[in-house]
Design a protein around this ligand. Sequence first.
Ligand code: NAP
Length: 248
Amino acid sequence: MGLLDNKVIIITGASRGIGKAIAQECVQQGAKVAFTYLSSEEKAKALEAELSNSGGTAKGFKSDASVFDEAQSLVDAVVEEFGTVDVLVNNAGITRDTLLMRMSEEQWDQVINTNLKSAFNLTKAVQRTMLKARSGSIINMSSVVGVKGNAGQANYAASKAGLIGFTKSVAQELGSRNIRCNAIAPGFIETEMTEALDQKVVQEWRNGIPLKRGGAPIDVANATVFLASDMSAYVTGQTIHVCGGMLM
Ligand code: NAP
C-alpha cells in the first residue's frame, strides 16, 4: 500500500529536476500522475514511458503554466482522463538572474508569470473540482531565497516570497472546505544544472550547510509526498524548509 494510493496529482514542470523526482516518487506511492512541461518534449515522453513501464499511471501534458487559459484546459483534460484532481503541485519555475540595475522588464515579467502567476492560474483551475470533492492538497514550490532574499535574484525572490503569501491566503480561504495549501522552500538542490557549475564553488556551498551536503531532488519529493498524503491532514498554511539547515 502506498501513501498516495489512487490520488490524482497534477505536477507542473516535471520533465526534469525536482518535478521529475516528485512525479517518480508519487507514482511509487500509488498516485495517478498528470505532469506538465513546456519545451522538453523528448524528456517528457521518456518520463511518461518510464513511469508507465514501472506499472504506474502517468501522462505528460504540454502546457504553459504562465498562461491562464492553458491552465484551465489542462485541468479539464486531466479531469476527463482521470476523473478528478486530489493534489496540485505548483513546481514549474525559472530564473533570469541579474542585478536590479540590469534587470529588464521582460526578465521581471517572465519570472513573475512563470513562478507566481502560474500558481494563481492552476489553483483557480483546480478550485471547482476540489470544492466539489470537499478535499484537496495544494503544494507551492517556493525557495529559501523567497524567505531571505538574494542579490541578483530580485525577480525570483519576489516570486518565491509571493508564493508564501499566496499559500497562507489560500489556506485561510479554503480550509473550511478541507482543502489544504502549503509551501516547500528548498535550499541548494543538486540537479543536472548544478553539475555544470564550477565544482570548487559547489563544494564551498556544501561546506556552508549544517548537513554538509546539497539536497537531492528526492529530499524535496519526500516532503511533497508528505504534504500530498493524508499523513499531513492537519497541516495547512505552512512552509517546510528542505535546506539541510541552511536557513533557520
Ligand atoms: P529545472 O530543472 O529548471 O526544471 C524546471 C521545470 O519547469 C522543467 O520541467 C520545465 O519544463 C518547467 N517549466 C518551466 N517553465 C514552464 C512553464 N511556463 N510551464 C510549464 N512548465 C514550465 O528546475 P528545478 O531545479 O527542478 O526547480 C523546480 C522548482 O523548484 C522551481 O520552482 C524552482 O524555483 C524550485 N527550486 C529549486 C531549487 C534548486 O536548487 N534546484 C531551489 C529552490 C527552489 P521544460 O523542461 O519543458 O522547460
